[in-house]
Write a protein that binds this ligand. Structure first.
Ligand code: 4NP
Length: 170
């Protein structure tokens, strides 16, 4: 983990409740899946009281939409029901959340531009910070123009990283 991410995690470990926001481009594939997978990890560990969890997108194209039917289908096959309705991230989200987790570098650049203060900018981390050592991807790739394997890869990466994110914050 980068020193900046380690510092943030260390700070959050001392909080009774950590507010986690997952971000991708459209908020219909990767980030609602991350929200659903992380919620399942938290529930499986009986830690519902210790987290507030949400997701949002950089773009506004899909506001109000349920996750992409392909993402819902692949997630359901692994036991995750995705019921989030897409919304666009706003500067105020940096006040409402403690950690803002980007799926790829473009998401991170866009979030940095949106962050109202340097303290807010310090809340941005990459999902890949929590990938297991040896993982081939360095980000969570956009599956929107991909086939089934793209959606499966997203879920593989998120199951690994959400579990490790929860370990880190516990
Ligand atoms: P997501 O995938 O960022 O994982 O939700 C995308 C969904 C929609 C679009 C791009 C990416 N889009 O251009 O509409």
């Amino acid at each position: 983990m980068t020193p900046a991410a380690s510092r943030l995690i260390e700070k959050l470990r001392r909080q009774p409740v950590v507010r986690v926001l997952f971000i991708c481009l459209g908020n219909i594939c990767r980030s609602p899946a991350a929200e659903g997978v992380f919620r399942a990890v938290v529930e499986s560990r009986g830690l519902e009281h210790a987290f507030e969890i949400d997701s949002a997108g950089i773009g506004d194209w899909h506001i109000g939409d349920l996750p992409d039917p392909r993402m819902r289908r692949h997630a359901a096959a692994r036991g995750y029901g995705l019921t989030h309705h897409a919304r666009q991230v706003k500067p105020y989200d940096f006040e409402r959340f403690d950690i803002v987790i980007a799926m790829d570098d473009n998401n991170r650049s866009d979030l940095r531009r949106l962050a109202p203060t340097p303290d807010d900018e310090a809340k941005i981390v990459m999902m890949s910070e929590f990938f297991s050592p040896g993982t081939h991807s360095t980000y969570v790739p956009d599956p929107y123009y991909e086939g089934a394997e793209g959606f499966e890869l997203v879920l593989d990466l998120l199951e690994d990283s959400c579990s490790r994110l929860c370990d880190a914050l516990q």
